[in-house]
Every structure is written in structure tokens, then in C-alpha cells.
Design a protein around this ligand. Sequence first.
Ligand code: ADE
Length: 240
Amino acid sequence: MRLDYITIFPEYFAPLNASLVGKAIDSGILATGVHDLRQYTHDVHRSVDDTPFGGGAGMVMKPEPWGEALDAIVGPDSQSQTQGERTVLIIPTPSGIRFTQQVAAELADYDHLVFACGRYEGIDARVPQYARTLVEVRELSLGDYVLNGGEVAALAMTEAIVRLLPGVIGNPASLAEESHSEELAGLLEYPLYTKPASWRGMDVPDILLSGHHAKIAQWRRDKAEELTRDRRPDLVPSSD
Ligand code: ADE
């Protein structure tokens, strides 16, 4: 998979070289490119924003540098595009569709993801409209809160997607029974324990020490349901 990031803060993406994502780059599963949006400006101030038409506070990202960046990265003559590959442009924005585990799994099937990281109040609305003439576009939100820009959201989405790629996680079975996985039917994960069996007066539940696999599976299922009802009632499947 190839990942490209368009941003006015290229230094935000240094963590890509760390941890699992960094290992995936080293092993050739991933290739990444970070592009400074200001390299596509032509004025002395290298400006990327302007005041909003219609008035209002804050600044809006100008369409021209974005248009040039998109032409260079996903346009028909782009060097980073390969014939026949599945490409999607992801625009992190608080007004996007919610980014979920299911969306992460869908995106893990693409060959090329390009993240357009906006700042200020957002990007001129004609930019996604233009981008849709070149590639599939998804405007995605991490959650119901506002970040200062798309960079942190792009990194979070990257991690959620990349860990699903074959060969990235040492033991793929560990993906199976985690929160939001299909195996747990969308429930939150049950509590986990390791040695010692007794610590600071708190004991690991006896059932987990019993070696009785069916009973352990039932206990975990019950705990996952209990936790989900308690913390995320919106995720509990309806009984009808
Ligand atoms: N940019 C700013 N806030 C965001 C959010 N909640 N999700 C994705 N991108 C964002």
C-alpha cells in the first residue's frame, strides 16, 4: 500500500517512522510520501488561506494550491499513481462521515490512500468537488469533537488501517477478539488479565484459571456485553 499526506505541517508525520507503521515501511509493505502544500503556492508569502466569502471568523484554505497538489499526486499524469490501482482521497474533517473499524477495514483493501490535511476553518468546498473528478473521495470524521487540523486524524486513521494489512501484526489472531471486531459482534472487548494471579489484594477471576475453554468463552462474552451496555449502550445490538 502507498500512503501520501498533503499538509502544511510535514513535521507532524515523523511518527510514521516509528512503531508498527515504521516496521511496515522497513519491510516494504508500505511506502509513504509527505508533501508540503506550500510547495504548490506561487506568491512570496506562500499563502494557503484567505478570508471566507459571506463573512465569518477564521480563514479558509484556498483552492489553487490544493488543485495543483492533487494534480501532482492523484492526477492522470502523476508519478505516484499506477495504472489500475485503487486510490481514495481521504479528507479528515469534523463534518465527515464517522471513521469506524468497518471503514478502516474497507480502506485496508485499497492500493493507494492520499490524506488531504486541512487547517484553519477548513478547505474551500470546491476542492473535494474537483478531487471527485480524479479519484474516489471520502470525507471522514474521527469523532464528535474538533481538532486543529487533519494531521492527527490522518495519523490515527493510518494506524487503524495499517495494522489490518497482512504481515503488519505479528500474530493476526490478536486482531480477532478486540473491541469493534466482527468476532465480538461489535461489542467492546472483555477485561484482560495476566500474571500474577493475585496483585495488591485483587484476584484474577477464578474462571480464567480453570482451563475450561467453553466457560471462559461464555464469561468473556457476558463481560463484553456488560461493559458495552454500561459504556456504549449505542453499540448494543437491539433484541428485535
Ligand atoms: N479535523 C478537525 N477535527 C476533526 C475530526 N474530529 N475528525 C477528523 N478530522 C478533523
